[in-house]
Design a protein around this ligand. Structure first.
Ligand code: SF4
Ligand code: MSK
Length: 671
């Protein structure tokens, strides 16, 4: 059944996106927005009620008590579907981590053209944490041993993934007691697939125990390794000025958009685009130079470290091509729509696939190889430059917003205490005093079934008003960037009085951009360091913090949500639930829904819920934060106690007559 076509304003809150959707309609070209309108989601599969694991099925369970041909119940089918999604997400993140570890190995052995170890300090810190000797050894020696250790984590069969030791001690003990400590990254993903093969694990709760183990192998395994190695090779992010939205594309330059996830190629494209030979090549083609920008998490990787602008988030990939101004879109892995190839046939844009794992029929394939990365990056850029002459009419929306990304956990630690007293103490103190009510991590994708960016920005802005400090990653961070929330003072008028004081004192925006989807591990690290700092309990589940993925769509989001729950966080997903089951089912009988909320909360202190209504998301977030404050014995949140210092107070004082100023400042009347 076809759905009704939404208006442009119903499809997206972003005016740049609205302009491009109008353009798409003028040209008669479909996008994910229009396809979502035309394609009603399957209400059986969407609710997790369809099993197609074997060819006795597919079995669609639509009546209470019904089972599949093999006798599988609805709960078993839902649990199996759910863990398979988590395994898919964990595999994607972790395979990214594996490739990073192989690149580190190649760099250590002088076999990776163009790469260097940019952050030796992080290399030494990470090596030491992993028990690798650092004194008297060269960076390449240390990197070689670290790369071997990290590569071994993927195929490890017994014991525990080494980086799980970075979790709070109490949490590690809990994982041991509950028997969910991940043994090896690949092992947990393979076991998830084995357990869900026909005729295997059919106890829904038992399946979901392994869901926790599988997700932990991602968050405290593959993703953490990916973030570590990216920082070592390309630098640990620190604040830098950037821009976001389609207006970053330029009419007089060769526009190259990098899209996907891995920073290995995109970092080399950045280097190649600054090469005088390539700049001259672009000039000879009649352009002013090369204008590089990113989409999705590749955007986040080069935005965080180099300030390279982001052309947009997930749903902007087609819209960028619709501008007619993109010479090449270079893609690697994850979140790349197959529709790009057909769409680009209406324009001159070349879609260039680069990963040995990802091909799109009709795209140009130039395989990336880290051993000759710079040469390949230049080759790709030359293809883009040669295409400049084929450009037709362009329609670039002149909409872009400045932002300051780059808040790695290392930088947050530094900014709060400086070089000599780097510490999370000021953040903990601000939460303990109630200036900051709590912390929300708002992460995840765009989904064309909901109004683009609306849930992200609405939830973010409402929580900021309530003095909740917001940290973001992935496409959610780009959504906030587009409305100015990642830019110091620009966002501060939307913030509660206590949080505003902190932002003004420390000099930070109210929303901290912490990176790409693999970098959600930075959030785990921040939470761990807050616990270790003291005053907010002795484990992550005691910190007044909530994770939200308002517009999620990918399997990776489910893996992230699950490892956050296993780490002790309350996680709220917006949009639709993949395990909602039958609409008229008695709530108590829904084993999977109950197990991942109340069940997981009893076992891990964290829980997962799917809440489509944004106001309910906000309400539940605040209730959870306040509940944790009470449990810690912290003062009740009271915004009236704050906002009497900082820039706002200075302005108030400036506008007062001198006598009143003296009274206000010193409590004494004028002479
Ligand atoms: Fe149907 Fe069972 Fe086969 Fe699933 S495993 S498709 S429920 S017969
Ligand atoms: S890119 S996984 S749409 S965040 Fe990481 Fe964005 Fe989600 Fe892809």
């Amino acid at each position: 059944m076809a759905k009704t076509k939404r208006t442009y304003e119903e499809q997206t809150t972003d005016p740049a996106a609205q302009q491009m959707l109008i353009r798409a309609d003028e040209l008669g070209i479909g996008t994910a927005f229009s396809r979502a309108d035309e394609m009603a989601p399957c209400n059986i599969g969407g609710a997790g009620m369809c099993c197609k694991i074997c060819s006795m099925g597919p079995c669609r369970l639509t009546k209470e008590g019904q089972t599949g041909v093999c006798g599988a119940t609805l709960d078993t089918i839902q649990a199996r579907n759910f863990i398979r999604s988590i395994a898919g997400g964990a595999a994607a993140h972790s395979d990214h981590g594996r490739d990073m570890a192989f690149t580190l190995k190649a760099v250590a052995n002088g076999e990776a053209e163009g790469y260097i170890i940019r952050d030796v300090a992080k290399l030494r810190t990470v090596a030491k944490e992993n028990g690798i000797a650092i004194e008297g050894r060269s960076p390449t020696e240390i990197a070689d041993e670290l790369a071997d250790l990290y590569i071994a984590q993927f195929g490890q069969q017994r014991g525990r993934i080494v980086v799980t030791k970075r979790a709070p001690e109490k949490r590690q003990k809990l994982w041991e007691e509950r028997n969910v400590m991940p043994r090896g990254i690949d092992r947990e993903v393979v076991e998830a697939l084995h357990r869900t093969h026909v005729g295997d694990d059919q106890d829904p709760e038992h399946i979901l125990v392994h869901a926790i183990r599988t997700a932990l192998s991602d968050g405290w395994g593959g993703s953490l390794i990916a973030t570590d190695v990216s920082d070592i090779l390309f630098g640990t992010p620190a604040p830098v000025l950037g821009q976001a939205n389609l207006g970053v594309l330029k009419d007089d330059m060769v526009n190259v958009v990098v899209h996907g996830h891995e920073p290995t190629l995109s970092e080399m494209i950045v280097a190649a685009s600054q090469d005088p030979e390539i700049i001259e090549y672009a000039r000879q083609a009649g352009a002013q130079g090369i204008n590089l920008s990113g989409i999705c998490c590749t955007a986040n990787e080069i935005l965080m470290r180099q300030g390279i602008p982001a052309a947009g988030n997930f749903l902007h990939q087609e819209l960028a091509i619709l501008t007619g101004a993109v010479e090449a879109m270079i893609v690697d892995v994850q979140c790349i729509m197959q529709a790009l190839v057909n769409l680009s046939s209406n324009f001159h844009t070349k879609i260039i696939t680069t990963s040995p794992k990802v091909r799109l029929k009709g795209a140009t394939h130039i395989q990336f190889d880290e051993h000759k990365a710079l040469t390949i990056a230049k080759e790709i850029l030359k293809v883009a430059i040669d295409n400049y002459q084929n450009r037709g009419q362009t329609h670039i929306p002149q909409i872009r917003e400045d932002l300051v990304p780059g808040f790695s956990h290392e930088y947050i630690n530094y900014m709060l205490g400086g070089s000599y007293r780097a510490s999370f103490r000021p953040l903990n103190d601000a939460i303990m005093s109630g200036r900051i009510r709590g912390v929300a991590a708002i992460v995840g994708c765009n989904n064309p079934r909901s109004k683009q960016d609306f849930l992200h920005t609405y939830v973010t802005e409402e929580l900021l008003k309530q003095d909740v400090l917001v940290v973001e990653t992935g496409c959610g961070a780009i959504a906030s960037a587009k409305v100015g929330l990642l830019l110091g003072e620009a966002g501060l008028d939307k913030v509660g009085p206590g949080l505003r004081e902190i932002c003004e004192t420390v000099g930070i925006p109210p929303v901290l951009h912490m990176g790409s989807c693999v970098d959600n591990t930075r959030i785990l690290t921040v939470l761990t360091q807050m616990v270790e700092e003291g005053g907010l309990g002795d484990d992550i589940d005691q910190v007044p913090a909530v994770g939200l993925a308002p517009e999620w769509m990918s399997e990776k989001a489910l893996s992230i949500g699950t490892y956050c729950v296993a780490s002790g966080a309350y996680v709220i997903f917006g949009g639709s639930s993949p395990i909602s089951g039958m609409p008229d089912r008695v709530a108590d009988s829904d084993i999977v829904i109950n197990y991942i909320s109340e069940g997981w909360e009893k076992l891990y202190g964290g829980k997962m819920e799917f809440i489509p209504d944004p106001d309910e998301m906000i309400q539940k977030t605040l209730e959870h934060i306040d509940k944790k404050r009470v449990a810690l014995g912290l003062p009740e949140y009271d915004p009236a106690r704050f906002g009497r210092s900082g820039d706002r107070r200075m302005l108030e004082l400036e506008q007062m007559p001198v006598e009143e100023q003296r009274q206000a400042l010193y409590g004494v009347a004028a002479d």
